[in-house]
Write a protein that binds this ligand. Structure first.
Ligand code: SAM
Length: 300
């Protein structure tokens, strides 16, 4: 799988904040191709990983890379937000850290058949877990105009979201909205797109908004992080890497609430007053990292 997942984002920073050289179990809620986890296993012979990913194709693609670690690595196809319900899988008294490297992997983005990329023609799918029924196409075909506008505004932070939603509804009535390219062209027309250096393509925001809605990416994330923090033993480190401001805000607020606004004891200590960002060298070597923000806490 050369080319995919070989450059985990904020790797050294993640290992530092996890204190991943301690013996014990580390949970990886977003295993992907195992970029972070495999590095933990390589560097720390006393570490075990329990990994989760919603995406079966990712887990299959990781199979080759994880050979040789089978005795210290267990992998499950699951949404990490269900992790606390998977009681029997996790030896909580041995857990030293948990990592959530949110969003999409370059492996997922690179496959046109998944429909995540506006740069490649594919179906309007965007499901991380392909067992799920709702796809981007279903949303585009069935949501009322005002609900579409709302999701583009909320999850894409797009201006003219109402106009975009109106155009989508007109095009879908004509049966002309079938592929990622159809949607990209519609977006380019709506926003009078002219390519310019350092300007984000508006389709990036539209695709982001749809992807968040399809996978319900923000739903229950704060509640999950809070329950996880409470469940963990003192000194357990929790690290979240997010890639857009909505996610980052949610993580920031959750950590702050657990650290400061408890009536009784604070639950966690915040280890990153400001989010940790990639260095210019990392951003240059791996463009995917440019919007990454890492926030870490330690269970008190
Ligand atoms: C940014 S990638 C992780 C990359 C990984 N850290 C690496 O270095 O190879 C995010 C992964 O998390 C998965 N994912 C996103 N949200 C998830 C969730 N709620 N539960 C489980 N997996 C999720 C995606 O399918 C994707 O494979």
């Amino acid at each position: 799988m050369k080319g995919y997942g070989h450059t985990p984002v904020l790797l050294e920073e993640t290992l530092f904040f996890l204190q991943a050289s301690r013996p014990g179990v580390y949970l990886d809620g977003t295993f992907g191709l195992g970029g972070h986890s495999l590095e933990i296993l390589k560097r720390n012979p006393s570490a075990r990983i329990i990994g989760f990913d919603r995406d079966e194709a990712s887990l299959r693609a990781a199979a080759d890379r994880i050979k040789g670690y089978a005795d210290r690595l267990s992998l499950y196809q699951a949404d990490f937000r269900q992790l606390l319900e998977l009681e029997d899988l996790i030896p909580w008294d041995e857990v030293r850290g948990a990592l959530f490297d949110l969003g999409l992997s370059s492996f997922q983005l690179a496959d046109p058949a998944r429909g995540f990329s506006f740069n490649q023609e594919g179906p309007l799918d965007m499901r991380m877990d392909t067992r799920q029924k709702i796809t981007a196409e279903k949303i585009l075909m069935t949501y009322p105009e005002d609900r579409l506008a709302e999701l583009f505004k909320k999850y894409g932070e797009l201006h003219q979201a109402k106009l975009l939603a109106r155009k989508i509804v007109s095009l879908r009535k004509l049966g002309l909205l079938k592929t990622t390219t159809d949607l990209k062209k519609l977006v380019e027309g709506t926003y009078h797109w002219v390519p310019q250096k350092n300007r984000l393509h508006p389709a990036a925001k539209v695709f982001q908004a749809l992807r968040i809605e399809v996978n319900q990416e923000l739903d229950g994330l704060d509640d999950f992080l809070e329950r996880l923090a409470r469940k963990c033993l003192p000194e357990t480190r929790l690290v979240v890497i997010s890639f857009h401001s909505l996610e980052d805000r949610l993580v920031k607020r959750t950590w702050q609430q657990l650290a400061f606004s408890e009536k009784g004891q604070p639950v966690v200590k915040i280890l990153t007053k400001k989010p940790v960002r990639p260095t210019p060298e990392e951003t240059e070597a791996n463009t995917r990292s440019h919007s990454a923000k890492l926030r870490a806490v330690e269970r008190i």
